[in-house]
Ligand binder design. Structure first.
Ligand code: GLU
Length: 507
C-alpha cells in the first residue's frame, strides 16, 4: 500500500469552553502529526444547532494560540480542503446521504418524537434496528409514492442507516487493540435531519475524515462506542482502503477516585478544568482558566502530555520538541489517568524556576500596569529574582511582592500581637534616626550599619527585625529584610516606619 501523508484532525463541537481533556486530545494529535511530519487540522463540528454556543469556536482558537499548538489547516487558517466548519458543508453531506439512500443502505423515517416515545414505552429497551424497523413509519414500510408525497407536503423526516444485523465489526485500535462488536447491538442511527438540512455528527464526521484524507483518528475514549458505526459507514461508501486508523485515548479521571474528571471536581478542589477563563453567555457564570490562574503554557503542556502517555522511564520535564521526538501511540496507556492537579502545580513551579528573571518580570509587567504601578525595569527584575523560588504561579508574584511597591494598608493582627513589643515604638523611632544617617542604601551596607547599632545598644536583634518587617510588609513574610529595605528606598522606608508607629502605636 502507498504510504499516505499523515493527516490528523482535532474536531471539537463548539458547545462551550474546551475541556482540559479536549486539550490533551489535541496535544496528542499535534505531537503525532509533528513527529511524522504530517498535517494537523482544526475542524469545527457544528452540525448540532441546538447545542451551538456563541464564542466557543473563538475560544478554542485562542486556547491553542496561547498553548503554542498550531494547526496547518482549519477554520481560522483555511487550506486545501476548506471549508473546515461543518455548517458550511451542508451541500457536500447531502450528496453522501443520497448515495446511501440510492444504494439502499439507508432509509427515510417519519416517526415523530411522540411516536418514538410511545414505542419506547411499549417495548422495553426499544432500539430502532433490524428487529423493529419493519414496524415503524419509514420508507421500508410504505410505498414509494407515499414517501414522496409526505416529503412534498413538507413533512419532516430523518435518514437512518440500515444496519445489517449479525455481522462482526472489528476495530483495530492502536491503543486498545482489537475491539469486536456484533452489529445487532447497533441501532439504525440518524444520519441526517430534514428539519435543519444537516447531517448528524456521525455522517459529517466520517465524510469529512474521508474527504480531508485523515489517516489517524485520535480522540477520547467516549467516542469508542461510535467507532463500529463509523467503520460500517466507511464500508457502506466503499472507502475501506483509506479508512483512518483509530486510537482512543483513556479518560482523565477525578484526582481522588475513579470517576470521570468534571468541572465540579475543579470547583470543589480549586483547579481550572478549562485552558482559558470562560464566561457563560447565559448565566454570566465565570469559570477559571489555566491562563488566568497563572500557569505557563509550557508547564500545562508538559503536565498534560504525561496524563496518558509516558516515555518509558521516569523523566518528567520535556520541551515540546522533545515530546514530539519521543511521542508514540504505543506508549499511551489503556487505562484512565488520575488528574493530579497538584502535579500540575509542581510542573508550573518547575517551569517558573527554569525561566530567567527577565522572562518572569516581563509577565509581571501587565499586572503592575493594571495596578497603576510605575516601577523601574531593574526593580521589577530584582524583585522577581527575590521571590522566584516561592512562586507556583505567575499570579503569586503580586501577593509575594506587593509590599515592594505599595505600603501595607493594614497590619496582620496576629503578627502585631506577637511581634510588636512594648518598646517597639521607641526602637523604631531610633531606627528612623539611624537610617536617616545612612548614605549608601545598599542591602549589605544597611545590614552592617543596623546590626552594629543593635549590638552597640545591646538590643534584641529578633525583636527589632520583627517589628521592622511588620512596619514594612504588614505581616511576617517576605525575603531578606535588607533586600526589601534597599528596594523600597530610604524615604519610603522611613515613611512606613512613621506610619507604623502611629497606627500600631504602643502595646
Ligand atoms: N465532534 C466530536 C467532539 O466534539 C469529535 C469526535 C471525533 O474526534 O471524532 O469531540
Amino acid at each position: 500500500m502507498i504510504q499516505r501523508k499523515i493527516r490528523v484532525r482535532f474536531a471539537p463541537s463548539p458547545t462551550g469552553p474546551l475541556h482540559i481533556g479536549g486539550v490533551r486530545t489535541a496535544l496528542y494529535n499535534y505531537l503525532f502529526a509533528k513527529k511524522h511530519h504530517g498535517d494537523f487540522i482544526l475542524r469545527i463540528e457544528d452540525t448540532d444547532s441546538n447545542r451551538f454556543v456563541p464564542g466557543a469556536e473563538e475560544y478554542i482558537v485562542e486556547s491553542f494560540k496561547w498553548l503554542g499548538i498550531s494547526f496547518d489547516e482549519g477554520t481560522h487558517k483555511g487550506g486545501k480542503y476548506a471549508p473546515y466548519r461543518q455548517s458550511e458543508r451542508k451541500e457536500i453531506y447531502r450528496q453522501y446521504v443520497d448515495i446511501l439512500l440510492d444504494k439502499g443502505l439507508a432509509y427515510i423515517a417519519f416517526d415523530t418524537p411522540d411516536q418514538l416515545e410511545a414505542k419506547r414505552n411499549e417495548i422495553a429497551n426499544f432500539q430502532y434496528d433490524a428487529s423493529t424497523r419493519m414496524s415503524m413509519i419509514n420508507s421500508l414500510t410504505m410505498p414509494e409514492e407515499e414517501v414522496k408525497s409526505r416529503i412534498d407536503s413538507g413533512e419532516q423526516y430523518v435518514v437512518r442507516i440500515k444496519i445489517n444485523p449479525e455481522q462482526t465489526i472489528t476495530i483495530n485500535d492502536l491503543i486498545r487493540g482489537k475491539v469486536t462488536v456484533n452489529s445487532s447491538t447497533l441501532d439504525d442511527k440518524v444520519l441526517y435531519k430534514s428539519s435543519d438540512n444537516l447531517p448528524t455528527y456521525h455522517l459529517a464526521n466520517i465524510v469529512d475524515d474521508h474527504l480531508m484524507e485523515i489517516t489517524h483518528v485520535i480522540r477520547g475514549e467516549e467516542w469508542l462506542p461510535s467507532a463500529p458505526l463509523h467503520v460500517t459507514l466507511y464500508q457502506c461508501f466503499g472507502w475501506e482502503d483509506t479508512m483512518p486508523e483509530f486510537a482512543h485515548l483513556p479518560l482523565l479521571l477525578k484526582p481522588e477516585s475513579n470517576g470521570k474528571l468534571s468541572k465540579r471536581d475543579g470547583d470543589r478542589l480549586g483547579f481550572p478544568v478549562f485552558p482559558l477563563q470562560w464566561t457563560d453567555h447565559k448565566s454570566g457564570e465565570i469559570s477559571s482558566g489555566y491562563r488566568e490562574s497563572g500557569y505557563l503554557p509550557d508547564a500545562l503542556i508538559n503536565f498534560l502530555a504525561l496524563l496518558g502517555w509516558n516515555p518509558g522511564n521516569d523523566r518528567e520535564i520535556f520541551t515540546m520538541e522533545e515530546l514530539i521526538d519521543l511521542f508514540s501511540l504505543e506508549k499511551c496507556s489503556k487505562s484512565g489517568s488520575k488528574f493530579d492537579f497538584k502535579k500540575g502545580e509542581w510542573f508550573n513551579h518547575q517551569y517558573i524556576q527554569m525561566k530567567s528573571n527577565e522572562e518572569i518580570a516581563e509577565l509581571f509587567l501587565p499586572v503592575l500596569k493594571e495596578k497603576n504601578i510605575n516601577a523601574a525595569w531593574n526593580t521589577v527584575v530584582k524583585v522577581t529574582e527575590l521571590v522566584k523560588e516561592r512562586l507556583n504561579f505567575i499570579n503569586d508574584l503580586w501577593t509575594q511582592t506587593s509590599f515592594f511597591f505599595v505600603a501595607p494598608d493594614s497590619y496582620d493582627e496576629k503578627t502585631v500581637q506577637k511581634r510588636w513589643k512594648n518598646d517597639s515604638k521607641e526602637r523604631m523611632q531610633e531606627l528612623i534616626d539611624v537610617l536617616q544617617e545612612i548614605g549608601d542604601f545598599s542591602a549589605s551596607n544597611l545590614e552592617s550599619v543596623v546590626m552594629s547599632w543593635i549590638a552597640s545598644k545591646e538590643y534584641h536583634t529578633g525583636n527589632i527585625m520583627n517589628a521592622f518587617r511588620l512596619a514594612l510588609v504588614g505581616e511576617s513574610k517576605g525575603p531578606h529584610i535588607f533586600d526589601i529595605v534597599e528596594i523600597v528606598g530610604k524615604e519610603e522606608v522611613i515613611e512606613r516606619l512613621k506610619t507604623a508607629i502611629v497606627k500600631i502605636g504602643e502595646r
